[in-house]
Ligand binder design. Structure first.
Ligand code: AHM
Ligand code: MG
Length: 351
């Protein structure tokens, strides 16, 4: 927790943290500040959405053939507009856009790439249920600093992320982020226009009594997963079972609760969808980095998420993450199911 009686704004926190980065030039801090501005704008629009009748679909589909909501489009455009002129990025990618989002020709190209899900939980927008923005930042790998980045800059394994985070538009807007030195949380005060530090160095509990999964998919689950969830529902006072089930249907909100209260979040691969539903680059990798930075574990059902080698920008990956003891226990059930394991070996194929 922050020092009693002190207010630490995100601006100050970013400035204080700058020295922790070996090659700190200030560019990374400016990048984060621009992103915070985009998040403030999205937060304002989310709060006003019901009032200005912004809800509804645009009639368009995104690159995955899913219906796009107006607020998704707005959030996507807001982040692009806030970030493309800053001079810190050499490219961007978004769950709502097809390929590399270029930096304009006349604008300086920077050393980083930004990947984001502008508004996660789109099925919840219309009904005032928590939604969020997820982001992931990598250092560019292409050598020519003056030129636009390429796919190699965007498609990097998760362990190379230099920062990851999310904004959650819930009862308050909160921002949770990491630059590889623990996880900090800020709460937005709309009257001040400031994010104020509310939790520093968040640690996920070693074990928690919540599990979070779409049980509507249970007919498709592999045996190991089915056995694990049945196990959680058995009565055993010594291990505090049965566990409570929680499922919002917004990955970032379900993972946030898991981070704060402990337990486990699962969007596994199953017989119908071997790679699950979530996107590796926009959802799974950033959420995995945050969970690990808070002392938790994030796997794709068997392997560490952050070690997965992506092949395409929009590929899906299963995600099982949360408190170390819970994930370890889930893994022991999954590993007992050889059929499920075989399938997970083939999970690198893009969706
Ligand atoms: P989105 O990016 O279009 O919002 O889709 C991803 C969302 C996740 O936030 C959430 O975990 C999942 O879809 C819920 O899916 P389901 O309805 O299959 O449980
Ligand atoms: Mg999403």
């Amino acid at each position: 927790m922050p020092h009693r009686g002190s207010f630490i704004t995100i601006e100050r926190h970013i400035a204080d943290q700058e020295h922790l980065h070996l090659y700190a030039t200030g560019a990374f801090s400016r990048l984060l500040r621009d992103l915070m501005l985009a998040i403030r704008v999205i937060s304002r629009e989310v709060r006003r959405a019901g009032l200005v009748d912004i809800f509804g679909t645009t009639g368009e589909e995104n690159v995955h053939g899913e219906r796009v909501r107006k607020l998704d489009v707005f959030s996507n455009e807001t982040i692009i507009r806030a970030m493309r002129y800053g001079g810190h990025l050499c490219g961007m990618a978004s769950e709502e856009s097809e390929g590399l989002i270029p930096i304009p020709e006349n604008v300086a190209k920077g050393s980083y790439v930004l990947l984001f899900d502008p508004l996660d939980g789109s099925s919840n927008i219309d009904i005032n249920v928590t939604i969020g923005t997820i982001f992931s930042i990598y250092r560019r790998v292409s050598p020519d600093i003056d030129r636009l980045g390429d796919m190699n800059d965007l498609i990097q394994p998760g362990y190379r992320q230099v920062a990851a985070g999310y904004a959650l538009y819930g009862s308050s807007t909160v921002l949770v982020y990491t630059t590889g030195n623990g996880v900090d949380m800020f709460t937005y005060d709309p009257t001040l226009g400031e994010f104020l530090l509310s939790n520093s160095t968040i640690r996920i509990p070693e074990r928690g009594g919540y599990y979070s999964i779409n049980e509507g998919n249970s007919s498709y689950w592999h045996e190991g997963m089915a056995n694990y969830i049945s196990h959680l529902k058995e009565i055993d006072p010594e291990t505090n079972r049965p566990y409570s089930q929680r499922y919002i249907g917004t990955a970032v909100a379900d993972v946030h609760r898991t981070l704060m209260y402990g337990g486990i979040f699962l969007y596994p691969g199953d017989k119908k969808s071997p790679n699950g539903k979530l996107r590796l680059m926009y959802e799974v990798n950033p959420l995995a980095m945050l969970i690990e930075q808070a002392g938790g574990v994030a796997i794709d059902g068997r392997n560490r998420v952050l070690d997965l080698v992506p092949e395409t920008l929009h590929e899906r990956s299963p995600l099982v993450c949360g408190s170390p003891a819970n994930v370890e226990e889930a893994l022991s059930f999954i590993e007992e199911d050889p059929v499920g394991e075989e399938v997970s070996e083939n999970q690198s194929s893009p969706s």
